[in-house]
Design a protein around this ligand. Structure first.
Ligand code: SAH
Ligand code: SF4
Length: 369
């Protein structure tokens, strides 16, 4: 009997509809879902894919998230912070190459020295990237973990570009018990989901386009959890989503829990991206590096499933191996200039165009504003 896929054309979805999308398995069914997500992306957002040049500025972290290879207690990692002139060099190269926007990511640190160092960096990047092609300067996405409101506000001010200001802070999972298991060991209660939700509200209050996301295929995570993750993105009223598969890290604290096998994990990740597109509609969705690590064509498949943002790694090669959030992290790209060639090929194969020299803010955010 032919399966009826008319429900994919709805504009609102029940929890059962979303669970049904996530559970699709037969290749032809999965393809129908992806095609609908791709079509909706084109209808609502056009055919451009935006670039965020990812700079992993430091792997020093004061947190101990159990899934993460650069958590504080992993003493096998050699720690680095890129010198300021190196970060500025990456940012300028990204601006020259037409990226329009960069993402600055690091472990979590809340000390005053770090906060001020970031503020100074943001000021300099802004001052040096305002040009005729980028009249507002480079767009900036920060991914620097949980911070107090005052810090978010200070960085927002320092960035100098309220139109291109974003923050990516994943909830990791919307299931409080699973969140607890991912972050806490006996006697050590490091993080809780309520704080994370407060941080996300503070980001909105401080003027950021708010990005969040989850890891897909976490040990102990159910399809119902993923449905609730999408509902939580709605509650947060997220402007952008960055999510990818959970991948095992030997330096993390969850080796014994294992990870999903390649094929079902890839399928679930792409189903989750497509379902998020259908439910959240006009938000930006980034194809994560973890997807590319799981599958060499991950970024293309992500775009085919509804992603409209890619985040090529433009961190200098020398420190890449020390920023292993998970094992075998993809990092074959070379530098900002040559990346645009790679990215434009990827995007072309997926039937899209690169949105060069654009901030690429989400339509969702623009409409709210
Ligand atoms: N310290 C910041 C930014 C760096 S970590 C923060 O935590 O927000 C960025 C993201 O990497 C995390 O949100 C998490 O979802 C992802 N990550 C960490 N370990 C991972 C793993 N083993 N597999 C997949 N993603 C992982
Ligand atoms: Fe640190 Fe982020 Fe890794 Fe948690 S996920 S240990 S905050 S780098």
């Amino acid at each position: 009997m032919a399966t009826n896929f008319d429900f994919l054309r709805q504009t609102t979805f029940s929890d059962d509809d979303i669970a049904r999308m996530l559970r699709l398995k037969a290749p032809e069914d999965v393809k129908r879902l992806q095609e609908r997500a791709y079509e909706l992306t084109t209808d609502l957002l056009g055919d451009e894919v935006y670039l965020r040049g990812l700079i992993e500025i430091s792997n020093i972290c004061t947190a101990n998230c159990r899934y993460c290879g650069i958590r504080k207690s992993n003493h096998a990692v050699s720690r680095y912070t890129l010198p300021r002139h190196v970060v500025i060099g990456c940012a300028l190269a990204a601006a020259r190459a037409g990226y329009g926007s960069i993402a600055i990511q690091a472990g979590e640190r809340t000390d005053r020295h770090w906060v001020e160092w970031i503020s100074g960096l943001l000021r300099e990047i802004h001052e040096r990237t305002v040009s005729d092609t980028l009249p507002l300067g480079l767009g900036i996405t920060l991914s620097l973990g949980e911070q107090p409101y005052e810090v978010y506000a200070e960085w927002a001010e320092a960035s100098g570009n309220p139109d291109g200001l974003r923050y990516l802070l994943r909830i990791e999972t919307s299931n409080p018990e699973l969140f607890h298991k991912l972050h806490c060991t006996p006697g050590r209660h490091e993080k809780n989901l309520e704080h994370r939700m407060t941080a996300l509200r503070n980001l909105r209050r401080a003027g950021y386009q708010v990005g969040t996301g989850v890891m897909i295929g976490l040990p102990g995570q159910t399809v119902e959890d993923l449905v609730q993750d999408i509902r939580t993105f709605q509650t947060i009223d997220a402007d952008m989503i960055g999510m990818g598969p959970y991948l095992l890290s030997k330096g993390a604290d969850m080796v014994d829990c294992g990870m999903m096998a390649h094929d079902p994990l890839l399928r679930l990740s792409l189903n989750m991206i497509a379902a998020t597109r259908l439910v959240l509609r006009d938000v930006n969705i980034a194809a994560a590096t973890a997807l590319e690590t799981l599958e060499p064509n991950g970024r293309i498949l992500g775009i085919m499933s509804g992603c409209n943002v890619v985040m090529p790694n433009i961190t200098p090669q020398a420190t890449r191996s020390s920023y292993q959030l998970y094992d075998n992290k993809s990092g074959t790209e070379v530098g900002a200039e040559s990346n645009t060639k790679i990215e434009s090929d990827i995007v072309r194969i997926a039937g899209r165009r690169l949105g060069l020299n654009q901030l690429g803010s989400s339509i969702h955010w623009q409409s709210r504003r």
